[in-house]
Design a protein around this ligand. Structure first.
Ligand code: NAI
Length: 219
């Protein structure tokens, strides 16, 4: 990767998609791919692909294209997916339980080590073999187990206090599902996930497609 390069968030957000397609190509036994072939597969223009990957030093060779396995490994390393991350879920309600049951994250190197809640009726339960522990003990647990990521699935009112505690205990990233903008020290990475944003964006595109179809029909 180019030293000191500031990569735009839009590029970073496209990398997982490149990686997913490269994994599929690997499964099919494809060793190399040109940017034009990759373009028709993934739906970005060849020049977009070249520009994106040039941010990290290229990886392509003139007249050869991209080495599928090499590029997959490079993108994995750029995203930090060549490591394993330990996570805790805070809030063992509907969403916390759904995430704990979503075993994909184990395969991908994101390991849910523990779940925490304040509700005595939930403490001691096992969700997907992971014990729900008392939130009172979270700081010690995070410190002792060197947890990297806190997943916030509590009610909105508790989310900031939970974030403060997780940061104090030493996590480096927060995956926040609560509908609140968290205030955290600048060295902590926060990724907010809002399913409703995605649904609203779907509504926008549906309406735009409909309007375009109507306009075309009137011509
Ligand atoms: P829920 O009410 O089923 O679960 C919340 C859990 O958090 C409860 O078990 C409660 O005891 C626990 N809790 C509250 N304060 C706590 C604290 N200080 N420490 C530890 N545990 C604590 O709610 P649900 O449906 O699971 O939603 C959880 C959060 O996720 C809510 O803030 C909701 O608005 C949000 N949400 C976000 C979505 C998204 O797309 N980002 C989608 C669905 C829910």
């Amino acid at each position: 990767m180019k030293k000191d390069a500031k990569i735009s968030n839009a590029v970073i957000k496209r990398l997982p998609r490149y990686r997913r397609y490269l994994k599929e190509l690997q499964k099919k036994g494809v060793d190399k791919i040109s940017s034009n072939e990759f373009s028709s597969l993934i739906g970005y223009t060849a020049s977009q692909i070249r520009q994106d990957l040039n941010n990290f030093g290229g990886f392509g060779q003139q007249g050869y294209g991209y080495n599928v396995e090499g590029l997959y490994n490079e993108i994995s390393a750029i995203l930090g997916l060549d490591k394993e991350y330990k996570m805790v879920i805070v809030g063992a309600g509907n969403l916390g339980q759904a995430i704990a049951n979503h075993t994909y994250y184990y395969k991908a190197g994101f390991v849910v080590c523990g779940i925490f809640d304040i509700n005595p009726r939930l403490i001691g339960l096992k969700i997907n073999d992971i014990e729900v522990m008392d939130y009172e003990t979270i700081v010690d647990y995070v410190e002792q187990n060197q947890i990297d990521i806190g997943i916030i699935c509590t009610t909105k009112d508790s989310a900031q206090e939970v974030a403060d505690k997780l940061c104090f205990a030493g996590v480096r990233g927060l995956w926040n599902f609560a509908p609140i903008d968290l205030e955290v020290p600048e060295y902590i990475a926060v990724e907010n996930v809002h399913l409703s944003d995605s649904l609203h964006s779907l509504a926008y595109h549906m309406n735009r497609n409909y309007e375009e179809k109507e306009k075309a029909a009137q011509k």
